[in-house]
Design a protein around this ligand. Structure first.
Ligand SMILES: Cc1cc2nc3c(=O)[nH]c(=O)nc-3n(C[C@H](O)[C@H](O)[C@H](O)COP(=O)(O)O)c2cc1C
Ligand SMILES: [Mn+2]
Length: 534
């Protein structure tokens, strides 16, 4: 069982014990300076940083780079190697119906892991995140929120766990979506249109437009509250397609004042923070994933002003709502890709309450030219999701998402090729698998190629392809951060079939063998090696 951290402070203590944290007492500015320091530390494989003296924010601390190495990422999830988590997941997936008492007993630890996944609701008095409750006169500027890069549109909350509820199903979601600070009570809400919270928002819009009050009986007491407050104010206002997502054009007047509630947790235990970034199936609540990863339930508590629950041990909680239909320019922002993403329209988050622990620690990250902290979060996702991918694509042997390609730009996969056209089947499967749909370029190699060895991959691709025959283009959804696609969010992708070509695929020429020394000679040379003085 992994070691569960109670909260961010417990995690910080562990980091420090393992020599993985440095306290910075020098006074530094949250504008640009923390980025420049952290970027240098990130790129040289350095420790997590706790800035203890932030200019303009006396008494506040900023934690950054907490996940910024393979070792820290594993430590965050309480394992020696990230593959251990994949093994635990495979174990669960391979569970068979027990046949006798012994079988049942053997399953107990796995079942235990499952029960520990369910979140546990605690009373407000037991929730440290409510040590200070500010229903009035609250101001985001109280916190040392970073301006990351010179041309950023402002200061951004970069490590928020954004919690929403699907008005249709009542299921909760946690997603990490950055938030641009507009003023002390208002931020942007950068959920990209293909993400789960954006679908919650469209479901809220659908409900609001059809005038349908969300029925508490139908959706249970936890059914999302879509408060439809105002009557028709007349006058149709156009909403962009990006927001409507295929819905017909609607009269905004009809639903003016409708809201979707949102809560945001900043500075949670590391498993919960990580759960917010995993590309889980939309129906799976991230509270369960966090609980499973920690091996201990996440304690949650009801919000003060919205009908949502938040991690009880978080450092900071922001409560509020997005006004349906309200959009505002968001960005530019120096992004994961190493480029700025340009301004675009996104929903606006209005705060109704802030609660926090005494002396809250503000948790942040910076993104920019890789490798940065997010590289390690992405690698953890790659390792942990491999067994889940293999459930739909069993012929997958291994995958590699090189950090320099920012994950969605390049995926290298090795497969056990068993029939003609197999590589293309795998490409299509990846392009239809959750957020893997964003993969701009897929390279498929045979199982004997180690995809973690980029040199070997390049050798295969360069030697094994006839470009006109082996490159497959495909049109489809593209990541919102892509700046090269001809249209935002829509463009082409490429698959390269670098597997050995078969006669059954129309390849009439003989395929040459790869060069390798025979065993006898190798053994003979092994025996004389010491004498050779090499
Ligand atoms: C540091 C960091 C920042 C991120 N910022 C955003 C963002 O602003 N908007 C977004 O849609 N996804 C962002 N992501 C990616 C999402 O968190 C990721 O796609 C996640 O799976 C979304 O959760 P969901 O599937 O529940 O929507 C970010 C990821 C990381 C690691
Ligand atoms: Mn989700």
């Amino acid at each position: 069982m992994p070691l569960a951290y109670d909260d961010l402070r417990d995690w910080i203590k562990t980091l420090e014990k393992h020599g993985e944290l440095r306290r910075i007492r020098e006074a530094v500015s949250p504008e640009l300076e923390i980025t420049e320091i952290t970027d240098r530390v990130s790129k040289s494989g350095g420790p997590a940083l706790l800035f203890e003296s932030v200019l303009g924010h006396p008494g506040h601390k900023v934690l950054i780079n907490q996940f910024g190495s393979e070792r820290r990422m594993a430590l965050a999830l309480g394992v020696e190697r990230l593959d251990e988590i994949a093994e635990r997941i495979s174990g669960l997936m391979n569970m068979k119906a027990p046949e006798g008492v012994i079988d049942k007993l053997k399953m107990l630890p796995q079942l235990g892991a499952l029960t520990s996944a369910f979140p546990k609701t605690v009373a407000a008095k037991d929730a440290p995140c409510k040590e200070v409750v500010r229903r009035e006169n609250f101001d985001l500027n109280y916190f040392p929120i970073l301006k990351c890069w010179p041309h950023d549109g402002g200061r951004f909350i970069t490590l928020p766990c954004v919690i929403t509820r699907d008005p249709k199903t009542g299921k909760r979601n946690i997603g990490m979506y950055r938030m641009q600070v507009y003023d002390g009570q208002t931020t942007g809400m950068h959920w990209q249109r293909q993400k789960v919270a954006a679908e919650h928002y469209r479901n809220a819009l659908r409900a609001a437009v059809s005038g349908e009050e969300i029925n508490q009986d139908q959706y249970g007491p936890k059914g999302a509250r879509v408060a439809i407050m105002a009557e028709s104010a007349g006058g149709a206002v156009s909403l962009p397609e990006s927001v409507l997502g295929g819905m017909p054009q609607i009269s905004l007047g009809k639903m003016k004042g409708s809201r979707m509630e949102v809560a945001v947790a900043i500075g949670t235990d590391p498993a919960t923070t990580f759960a917010a970034i995993v590309p889980a199936p939309p129906e799976v609540e991230e509270f369960l994933i966090a609980g499973f990863l920690r091996g201990k339930p996440v304690e949650i508590v009801k919000c003060e002003t919205v009908d949502l629950e938040v991690p009880a041990h978080a450092e900071i909680i922001l409560e509020g709502y997005v006004e349906l239909g309200e959009l505002r320019a968001e960005g530019p922002f120096g992004d994961h890709t190493g480029f700025y993403t340009l301004e675009d329209e996104y929903p606006v988050f209005h705060l109704t309450c802030i609660t926090h622990r005494k002396d809250p620690i503000y948790a942040a990250t910076i993104v920019g030219k890789p490798p940065m902290e997010d590289a390690w979060m992405g690698k953890a996702v790659e390792r942990i999701f491999l067994p889940a991918m293999k459930m739909t694509i069993p012929e997958l042997v291994d995958i590699n998402l090189p950090v320099e390609a920012v994950f969605h730009n390049l995926m290298i996969v090795s497969i056990r090729k068993s029939y003609p056209g197999h590589a293309r089947k795998v490409m299509n499967a990846i392009w239809s698998l959750g957020q893997a749909m964003f993969t701009k370029c897929i390279i498929v190699v045979d199982e004997d190629c180690d995809v973690q060895d980029i040199g070997e991959v390049v050798l295969r691709v360069a030697n094994n392809i006839d470009p006109e025959r082996d490159i497959q283009f495909m049109l489809g959804p593209i990541d919102s951060l892509d700046h090269a696609s001809r249209l935002p969010n829509y463009g082409s992708k490429m698959g390269i079939d670098a597997t050995r070509k078969w006669k059954a695929e129309g390849f009439a020429r003989p395929w040459p063998a790869e060069i390798e020394m025979d065993r006898a000679t190798k053994a003979k040379v092994d025996a004389m090696w010491a004498k050779l003085g090499l």
